[in-house]
Design a protein around this ligand. Structure first.
Ligand code: SAM
Length: 407
């Protein structure tokens, strides 16, 4: 695609917000596109696509450009220019990789850049564009599987939706995407993968609550709870409710859901989504103190603990978290996970079940936490099963889920 200065400038602006002002990539892109109504679909795709790919391949691009620190506007222009040169090779696209003769791209030597790019490909942390510490921890915890996993986590994720069975059915939604527009996914009954990338949030079927955007791996978690209509279910780390809405569909509006979180704005968003989805049995509750958890002891047939985590299983969708995540955060969040698992599990009734889930590929946030919990609580809890999804093996995001039953 021919480069237009206005679009490259917009990409530079987005990257500055992400890397200098430390803002979240999806928010930056969304806001930028919203404030510039004059851009057409191709322009929007250029800005969003290039911004995400540059964030994803940030370290590899910096290495190819031979720029250590990127802070000044002219350095961001060089980064975007470098990406245009290496993109056809890296993403196997048909672009010619030539740069226009703009002053911002003066002195950029494509031969030199491509030679450094080839050099970078021989070092995993550069080739896979990850900070040293994430590469070390991934290799340490996943061993030989890390190579394939990080490579798969660096691919763009497909758009997957979950049909909301409270309002529609797979056939109807599938037909809405036209012939060959969406395909079913084996063993995930209400999932459809879209054949073409598109903004589904503008579609009438979405506005009417017929479907939600949800990765195929994520769609395995609510069913893992073994929910039956009539159950009283607590979703204790509900956030904006991706899984709460799935739980609601499985309950078919019979029984009850209590969705909790420590962040009020997320619960407000969940309430909006629940209204769109036709959910009638939802209550939300802000967790203001540990005491609140005690008051709910023994009340849930089913409890979902979709705990906060590193997000290292969802890098396909949030490539900027590679750069925002810090080792100290990982240490802290493991303590929070442990405290949630230990304290919140009291909300399950005797005989009831609980799922502990993460969107992390790291066993230290997942398997190890559950093993430790089971070791400390074998008198009161029975381990039933666990499952992992993998970007490399399943083509989904990387989730972990463990099912346990209170005795
Ligand atoms: C992985 S996200 C949840 C995603 C959500 N279940 C979904 O499917 O969209 C983890 C959530 O846990 C919340 N959280 C963090 N610390 C918590 C705590 N101590 N108790 C409950 N929720 C907490 C975060 O605000 C965040 O919304």
């Amino acid at each position: 695609m021919k480069l237009y200065k206005g679009l490259v400038a917009a990409t530079v602006e987005a990257l500055q917000h992400i890397f200098v002002k430390n803002r979240q990539a999806d928010r930056v892109v969304e806001q930028l596109l919203k404030t510039n109504k004059k851009w057409g679909a191709r322009d929007r795709a250029f800005i969003a696509g290039n911004t995400y790919e540059i964030v994803r391949w940030w370290r590899l691009i910096k290495f190819s450009a031979d720029i250590e620190r990127v802070s000044e506007p002219e350095e961001f222009w060089k980064i975007v220019g470098t990406w245009q040169i290496i993109k056809p090779v890296q993403l196997k696209t048909e672009d010619d990789g030539n740069l226009p003769e703009w002053p911002e791209f003066e002195d950029m030597d494509a031969v030199n850049i491509l030679s450094r790019y080839q050099e970078g490909l021989s070092v995993r942390k550069v080739a896979q564009s990850i900070p040293d510490w994430i590469d070390s921890i991934g290799a340490e915890e996943l061993g030989e599987a890390w190579d394939a996993e990080i490579a798969a986590l660096n691919q763009q994720a497909p758009v997957v939706i979950r049909v909301n069975t409270l309002k529609s059915d797979v056939q109807t939604v599938k037909e809405g995407f036209g012939e060959d527009g969406a395909a079913e996914i084996a063993n995930i009954p209400n999932a459809l993968v879209l054949k073409k990338r598109q903004n589904v949030l503008n579609q009438e079927a979405f506005k009417q609550g017929f479907f939600e955007v949800q990765d195929a791996g994520s769609q395995l978690i609510a069913p893992y709870l073994d929910i039956q209509p009539g159950h009283s279910v607590i979703d204790a780390c509900a956030g904006a409710g991706g899984k709460t809405l799935h739980i609601a569909a499985l309950l078919n509006n019979e029984g009850s859901i209590l969705a909790m979180d420590i962040e009020h704005h997320k619960l407000l968003e969940l309430e909006k989504r629940a209204a769109r989805n036709g959910v009638k049995n939802l209550e939300t509750m802000l967790i203001s103190s540990e005491k609140l958890i005690e008051t709910l002891a023994g009340t849930a047939d089913r409890l979902l603990l979709d705990v906060p985590c590193s997000g290292l299983g969802v890098l396909r969708r949030n490539p900027d978290s590679k750069w925002k995540l810090k080792p100290q955060f990982l240490d802290e969040i493991k303590k929070v996970q442990w405290q949630i698992l230990n304290n919140y599990s009291q909300m399950v009734k005797p005989g009831g079940k609980m799922v502990y889930a993460t969107c992390s590929v790291l066993p230290s946030e997942s398997e190890d936490q559950v093993k430790r919990f089971m070791k400390a609580n074998k008198k009161d809890w029975k381990f039933i099963s666990a499952h992992r999804t993998s970007a490399a093996k399943d083509g989904t995001d990387g989730f972990y889920m463990a099912l346990m039953q209170r005795k």
